[in-house]
Ligand binder design. Structure first.
Ligand code: ATP
Ligand code: MG
Length: 344
């Protein structure tokens, strides 16, 4: 299958210098924060690509670049073969916008509190000129509310009259209104109770098969991503360190960081506690470690890791389905990252 989404060498640098400092101390060096660098992956039609990583690893920055809310400082995103970069054909990009939607983490912040649910849901339809009069709007909103298991009468209510889960259902209805093919979901259930989380995830899966949707599904929670994704990318300090089919990632994680994330998933069947805590701190992204940025936390570190940045290279057997950025894997020092010694 031809990919629907092609992300190539995408990067975003933020200038976090404090301009006032330049006036006090002359020629203070600029402080640059690399939020994302060299991010490359594709998503096939009807696929769910999961993206995991700790807080600050660059997931939201990447999500916003993919939908065009944040301009990249390098690289490019193509959707259905059309470049989303600001220098590309504006008419073609305008036609694409209807086909791409985003769902955010916080349904409290992402819904306008002064608008009725029906107007929130119909907003993309207005924006893209897809409405044919009031009756059409009423019918379409009722249909969308039913799709997310809400009552058409709920359209008259305001966001504060709904629960967190219901609000996220409205955000989903809104995202679906323009008949998109591709939806970027940035931690869509992270603000919800666990029982409500499962309902929303199942709804999203049902809608995916009903409408043939393609998802970029972002979460810091590997268990949630496992439930949703066909392939998973693992991010660390703005870079992808491993991409693998979901099943392989859980069965045979290759990057030592992936292993660390897996070991930190709570063992629900037995103790309910994480088998192993994630060790060490994420380095400051303004002054990242040289070489492999994970090397200060890595149990398999050797000389080369401190000097040379590893490239994301095919690993394993299945024709490049798995890619890993790790010198230890590349040199065959480790094939499947072994479990860390369990300490209690
Ligand atoms: P979280 O799990 O907390 O949502 P994340 O993986 O989504 O984290 P981002 O929000 O993409 O991470 O942030 C990545 C890095 O970029 C962080 O170090 C963050 O402080 C920085 N950053 C994000 N947005 C900006 C901005 N507008 N200006 C400066 N720095 C930013
Ligand atoms: Mg985020």
């Amino acid at each position: 299958d031809k990919p629907l989404v092609e992300v190539s060498d995408l990067g975003r640098i933020y200038d976090v210098s404090q301009p006032w400092l330049n006036r006090v101390i002359e020629r203070t060096p600029r402080r640059l924060l690399v939020a994302a660098a060299g991010v490359t992956f594709t998503i096939g039609p009807r696929e769910t690509f999961g993206l995991v990583g700790e807080s600050g690893s660059g997931k939201s920055t990447l999500a916003k670049m993919v939908v065009g809310l944040v301009p990249p400082t390098s690289g490019e995103v193509k959707i259905d073969g059309v470049s989303m970069s600001r220098t590309a054909d504006a008419a073609q990009r305008a036609k694409l916008r209807r086909r791409i939607q985003m769902i955010f983490q916080d349904p409290y912040a992402s819904l306008n509190p002064r608008w009725r649910a029906e107007d929130i849901i119909a907003e993309p339809l207005e924006a893209f000129g897809m409405l044919k009069g009031r009756e059409h709007k009423r019918e379409r909103v009722a249909e969308l509310l039913r799709l997310v298991s809400l009552d058409p009468a709920d359209g008259k209510k305001y966001p504060h009259e709904f629960s967190g889960g219901q609000r996220q259902r409205i955000a989903i209805a809104r995202a679906l209104s323009s008949n998109p093919e591709f939806i970027v979901c940035d931690e869509p259930t992270s603000a919800l109770d666990v029982s409500v989380q499962a309902q929303i995830l199942n709804l999203m899966r049902d809608l995916q098969s009903q409408f043939g949707l393609t998802y970029l599904f972002i979460s810091h929670n590997l268990a949630v991503v496992r439930h949703m994704a066909t392939r998973i990318g693992v991010m660390y300090l703005g870079r992808i360190v491993e991409i693998a089919p979901a099943r392989d990632l859980f069965k045979a994680p290759r990057h030592p960081y992936t292993r660390m994330l897996l070991d930190a998933i709570p063992d629900i069947q037995n103790t309910g506690k994480a088998r192993k805590q994630i060790e060490g701190e994420i380095p400051n992204p303004i002054t990242p470690p040289p070489g492999c940025t994970f090397h200060p936390r890595c149990p398999h570190v050797f000389d080369r890791c401190r000097k040379e940045r590893p490239a994301l290279l095919p690993a394993g057997t299945a024709q490049g389905a798995t890619q890993v950025a790790c010198h230890a894997v590349e040199e065959g020092r480790i094939t499947v990252a072994p479990p860390l010694a369990t300490t209690t």
